[in-house]
Write a protein that binds this ligand. Structure first.
Ligand SMILES: O=C(O)COP(=O)(O)O
Ligand SMILES: [Mg+2]
Length: 232
């Protein structure tokens, strides 16, 4: 069976904060509200689009409105790839994993439509054996079922798969599904969110060594420290 690398999207594969930020600023401007700072926006990402819009409105003292969510989702989906790019080093990591026989999957809380638009615009649509969006299944991260369903779509099994993500939701969902988890410290999470991860990667390049090492490691064996990487 092919090993599967299950990647989170926002903050792990792509730096999507600039387009999320721009779309939130357009939403705010339409409501007569001031825009946001990047740290504010980054702190709101990770729990899907509804929580994002809830947090953005709450930060300006506004109650949540379904119409604002719909407007944001449509606007963002249409313009998801204007300022969004893969993090440096990710393209080489993906190519290296594919060459080594890995299947790639995306497990993201971003809605499936926006995810498809973004991956398509970045020329990545055909690279992933499965893409599990935030509304693809009945539940989403941190529910392990989101990871399990994505992995099943990719034709993988938990004992031959690794989860990589930048948020506590990724660690909780991946670990709950029985996968070793690599915390992507280059992303939008805080160091505290790495708690429970098998290993922490400071840069994408580290994944090239970490993924095969974690795959080969007995699941009940030594921690990531034995691999020369900092344990979470
Ligand atoms: O849409 C979000 O809130 C975050 O998406 P992610 O799961 O790809 O980080
Ligand atoms: Mg993320």
């Amino acid at each position: 069976m092919h090993p599967v690398a299950v990647f989170d999207l926002d903050g792990t594969l792509v730096d999507s904060a600039p387009d999320i930020h721009a779309a939130l600023d357009r939403l705010a401007a339409g409501l007569g509200l001031p825009g946001y700072s990047r740290p504010e926006v980054v702190g709101m990402i990770g729990d899907g689009v509804r929580r994002l819009v809830e947090r953005a409105l709450a930060a300006r003292g506004r109650p949540f409105e379904e119409a604002a969510l719909d407007a944001f989702a449509a606007d963002y989906t249409a313009r998801a790839a204007e300022r969004t790019a893969l993090f440096p080093g990710i393209a080489a990591v993906l190519a290296g994993l594919e060459a080594a026989g890995w299947r790639l999957a995306v497990c993201t809380n971003k809605p499936a439509a926006a995810t498809a638009a973004l991956l398509g615009a970045l020329g990545l649509a055909g690279r992933f054996a499965a893409v599990g969006g935030g509304d693809s299944f009945p539940t989403r991260k941190p529910d392990p079922a989101h990871v399990q369903a994505t992995l099943a779509l990719a034709g993988g099994s938990p004992d031959r798969a690794i989860m990589i993500g930048d948020h506590r939701n990724d660690v909780i969902a991946g670990a709950g599904a029985g996968l070793p988890c690599i915390f992507a410290a280059w992303g939008y999470g805080t160091p505290a969110m790495a708690e429970g991860a098998t290993a922490v990667a400071a840069r994408p390049e580290e994944l090239a060594e970490l993924l095969p090492a974690l795959l080969a490691r007995p699941r009940t064996g030594l921690g990531g420290a034995a691999l020369g990487h900092r344990l979470a």
